[in-house]
Design a protein around this ligand. Structure first.
Ligand SMILES: [Zn+2]
Length: 284
């Protein structure tokens, strides 16, 4: 399974997420001394909107959780962050959609790469949430280590990738500076638009507007593709190559080089940028 719509997951994907969370709990069980199993279950499986309350209720157990995360990220343990990342199967960072976050384990034990796990509620302030499933966000190094680090996030201040839909709340927008925009990146900039205060905080915390300017080449290509592919030509291609493409979306993916359906945005980096700008240009 792929949690492909992590930027706003569907009901079915949420159920799958709960299954993975339960498996995570079973693997953690017995590894935290001095915490009753039913309480441990509450802590590990607390939903995003319950995390803060759970931390407050069980703050007396903080010592038992300190340093346990180190064991979880140690490659040599029988259950570790690699296994969790592999079952989540999230291919691009849900905070930025810029960097890949795939997991590669070769021949069952050669652990090559995995996403980092960001603690949505930072682990220095909330040590008992250090292994809570919904507090562990698979993410890229830039978002987790370089930008978020120990910044204070909560569901009141920021969008949570497992419970909020960044895709619906934010749109990329082509901001044209001058007539050079058809052939020169200096003629435009990439803007991010939202009416949502928490989404705005995500954009600011992860410096998304600044970072996305490094991908203006892709937007320029989309502008030029819009010129090269008028609707009549796309219709003609769809007709002439009907055996090659499953449907029109398939052809549009080839033209835009991005997945154009919401459910697929996580499959390839920069898909949201490509989708939003392609829609603005009426390419899709
Ligand atoms: Zn990221």
């Amino acid at each position: 399974m792929t949690l492909s719509r992590i930027l706003g997951i569907t009901e079915a994907q949420y159920r799958k997420l709960e299954e993975i969370a339960n498996k995570h709990f079973k693997n953690i069980k017995g590894k935290i001394d001095g915490v009753q199993e039913n309480i441990l279950k509450e802590i590990i499986l607390a939903k995003p909107n319950e995390l803060e309350g759970i931390s407050e209720t069980y703050k007396g157990l903080a010592e038992q959780f300190k340093n346990k995360y180190k064991n979880f990220t140690n490659k040599k343990k029988e259950y570790d962050a690699y296994e969790l990342a592999e079952s989540l199967n999230i291919n691009t960072c849900p905070y930025c959609n810029i960097n890949s976050t795939y997991t590669v384990i070769k021949n069952k034990d050669e652990k090559i790469t995995r996403p980092e796990f960001d603690h949505f509620y930072d682990k220095a302030t909330y040590p008992i949430l250090s292994l809570s499933f919904y507090n562990l966000i698979p993410s890229c190094h830039t978002c987790n280590s370089s930008l978020k680090s120990s910044k204070k996030f909560s569901i009141k201040t920021h969008l949570h990738p497992y419970s909020d839909n960044f895709n619906d709340k934010v749109k990329f927008h082509l901001h044209i500076n001058d007539s050079r925009f058809f052939y020169n990146e200096k003629g435009f900039k990439i803007a991010l638009k939202t009416e949502d205060v928490r989404a705005k905080n995500n954009i600011d915390s992860f410096k998304l507007e600044t970072l996305y300017q490094n991908h203006k080449d892709i937007v320029l290509e989309l502008i030029q593709k819009r010129e090269i592919y008028p609707d009549s030509y796309i219709d003609e291609l769809a007709h002439n190559y009907s055996g090659l493409f499953k449907n029109r979306e398939d052809l549009l993916r080839l033209i835009t080089s991005g997945y154009v359906e919401d459910k697929d945005l996580n499959k390839r980096p920069l898909s949201k940028l490509i989708k939003d700008i392609s829609e603005e240009l009426e390419l899709i």
